[in-house]
Design a protein around this ligand. Structure first.
Ligand SMILES: *Cc1c(COP(=O)(O)O)cnc(C)c1O
Length: 378
């Protein structure tokens, strides 16, 4: 058996004719950068995210979305930005790119998301922004701390690259990932839940002044062509990506529901195979709508051996992430050491991502979990 970690071909087959029709339309028009295809997609995202018109600003990648968001908060060299060390590199890479200082706080062992209480203790006079990540498709609960952060003049930037479509209910109020703070960042990298046919990203903000600034920043800081109010970057979404994403957006809810079924079935299979003493299944926190960008278990011991066992039997499993960011060679200058963030460090030794995607068959999950059981009982 060969089971990939993600098989995009299965969901693509559902939309192939629509996608090809859109591509033909765009090639006939020969209009490739920004334009009405991009605005159309942005408008549909605004509807989906329940944001005011004009809130969504497409850009070239999730990494650029973070960079633009930080620029829109005026982050300068020497400013401190509090974030998590247990995430994809871009979250803190973009902070460092602007000459600012990533200040890490450890994560919660159950949700893998930043430990908000610890993060609050990292605030100093230099803190300008808080940049939490909604990791693996589950939102972290920010609603209780945002008023306090704002009172202290700290901007809240959400890295929702893995969480487009995730939501959360607290005290009867529903919030969507990327719309809770001052600005939300999304990635449309092909492997994300909403992924294009190349790089793409988006920033979202309900503040019209900020969205106008973001629109300028993505075209070299120019409001009127060839007149530049500030120095921006070149980061535009293209028409091909926007058209494909617009089609996929209509399927996103159904595809996320399929992922949720996969996650539910894994939990059941771990029980029926008596695996609870060997692995810890990921948890959906009460009130959260988890969209399972990744299904990440913790293996109590022998993670690397299990990974080798499964990979050699055709089951693709992966480690997200093997080295926390505070220990990356490029951040040596920040002065962190092993032991500074014990939860992140332990997770990096224990986590294992199993296949989760729309179209994954129950039989495939059964075979994978059976093979896991064989490993532990060998
Ligand atoms: C994918 C990802 C990014 C970066 O997105 P790109 O589109 O690949 O640039 C940033 N943060 C997180 C958490 C991601 O998963």
């Amino acid at each position: 058996m060969t089971l990939p970690i993600l098989d995009l071909k299965r969901s693509f087959s559902e939309i192939k004719p629509e996608v090809f029709a859109a591509l033909e339309r765009i090639f006939d028009e020969q209009s490739f950068i920004l334009g009405h295809e991009v605005r159309n997609f942005e408008a549909h995202c605004e509807e989906y995210l329940e944001l005011p018109e004009g809130s969504c600003v497409g850009c070239a990648s999730g990494t650029d979305a973070l960079l633009l968001a930080l620029m829109s908060c005026g982050i300068k060299p020497g400013d401190e930005v509090i974030t998590t060390p247990f995430t994809f590199f871009a979250t803190s890479g973009t902070i460092a790119r602007l000459g600012a200082v990533p200040v890490f706080a450890d994560v919660d062992p159950v949700t893998y998301n930043i430990d908000i209480q610890q993060a609050m203790t990292k605030i100093t006079d230099k803190t300008k922004a808080f940049l939490p990540v909604h990791l693996f498709g589950q939102m972290c609960g920010l609603e209780d701390v945002i008023p306090e952060l704002h009172r202290r003049g700290i901007s809240v930037i959400e890295d929702a690259a893995q969480a487009f479509g995730a939501s959360r209910i607290k005290d009867g109020k529903i919030t969507r990932a990327g719309t809770v703070g001052d600005v939300g960042c999304y990635s449309f990298f092909p492997t994300k839940n909403l992924g294009g046919c190349g790089d793409g990203g988006m920033v979202a903000t309900s503040d019209p002044e900020r969205s106008e600034r973001l629109r300028r920043l993505r075209v070299h800081g120019s409001g009127t062509t060839y007149y530049h109010e500030e120095v921006g970057i070149n980061s535009r979404l293209d028409a091909l990506q926007a058209a494909v994403l617009d089609i996929k957006l209509r399927h996103l809810e159904a595809w996320n529901e399929e992922r949720r079924k996969v996650a539910e079935y894994y939990r059941l299979l771990f029980k029926t195979n008596d695996l609870q003493e060997f692995i810890t299944a990921p948890v959906e926190v009460e009130g959260n709508y988890h969209i399972w960008h990744q299904y990440v278990v913790r293996v109590k011991s022998g993670r690397d051996e299990l990974m080798e066992w499964l990979n050699s039997r055709g089951f693709a499993v992966r480690v997200y992430y093997p080295l926390p960011l505070h220990l990356q060679p490029c951040f040596g200058y920040l002065g962190y050491e092993a032991g500074d963030f014990p939860v992140s460090e332990r997770l990096s030794r224990e986590v294992l991502a199993l296949p989760v995607f729309p179209g994954l068959k129950p039989e495939e999950q059964e075979e994978l979990v059976r093979s896991m059981a064989e490993f532990f009982r060998a």
